[in-house]
Design a protein around this ligand. Structure first.
Ligand code: FE2
Length: 258
């Protein structure tokens, strides 16, 4: 997919911007009694650019929605996370995946969790869509979906039903369940993502109102159907499934996904 170098909202001039999995050290030292020094160490995360231009998903997801959703909401989560991290050196050095799991704290989330998870969720969501997306997956992804859901039609119906039955804000996911060694659909409330249960996410759909209101008002059904028909990236699903298969044996028949 093309780069988003024309993206006017990119935070490229931010002095602390780093790749989202590469927190960067910022040392601020203050002198104590001449030779003594205390070192404050802080990890900063950057706003990752969308993998396409902000108008690339039109007419199904408008540039205006991306400007608000990515340029304001996603940016706000990054800034909120960094504000938290400024106060807590203990959390330095984690990748974003690790930070999400650690701050979930076995179901008693630390204050950093919501922002950390929402940064991860949005990075993943943008890459779960592509211009010219939708339709059906191919090859191994399709075979695995048919194996685990009976048919693609059945999977599609279950995914849509899960999205529409989600109460309030949250997310719907296609994941690989490590223990069960199969694909499954899960829905999560607010910022929670399935990493905290050790699932491997394959596709996500943002069901927060800010994701669809400008384009679809309250018509969540239309938004979800458009996602399935025109936006979901089965290419991303294929590469994510390929990585998942390095960790999970999905059983027989062995289905190559890439
Ligand atoms: Fe969102």
């Amino acid at each position: 997919m093309g780069s988003s170098t024309c993206n006017p909202f990119a935070l490229t001039s931010h002095p602390f911007v780093t790749g989202f999995k590469s927190p960067k050290l910022s040392h601020s030292r203050r002198r104590l009694n001449g030779s003594q020094r205390a070192s404050k160490v802080t990890a900063y995360y950057g706003l990752k650019e969308t993998p396409y231009k902000l108008d690339a998903l039109e007419p199904y997801m408008s540039k205006r929605t991306l400007e608000k959703h990515w340029g304001e909401h996603h940016r706000g989560y990054v800034e909120g996370l960094n504000k938290h991290l400024e106060k807590d050196d203990i959390l330095y050095g984690y990748t974003l995946d690790e930070l999400v799991k650690v701050t979930y704290n076995n179901g008693n989330p630390l204050p950093e969790f919501n922002n950390a998870a929402q940064v991860w969720n949005h990075d993943f969501f943008w890459e779960s869509m592509q211009p010219g997306g939708g339709d059906m997956p191919k090859y191994g992804v399709l075979d695995q979906i048919e194996k685990d859901f009976g048919s693609f039609t059945n999977f599609r119906e279950k995914f849509i039903e899960s999205a529409l039955s989600l109460f309030g804000s949250g997310w719907v996911w296609l994941v690989v369940k490590r223990e069960e060694r199969r694909l499954a659909i899960v829905k999560t409330s607010n910022a929670i993502n399935p990493l905290v249960w050790d699932d491997i996410p394959i596709i996500s759909l943002d069901m927060w109102e800010h994701a669809y209101y400008l384009d679809y008002k309250n018509d969540r059904a239309k938004y979800v159907n458009v996602f399935m028909n025109h936006l979901v990236s089965w290419n991303a699903a294929m590469s994510r499934m390929g990585r998942a298969e390095a960790f999970v044996n999905l059983g027989e028949p062995k289905i190559p996904v890439a």
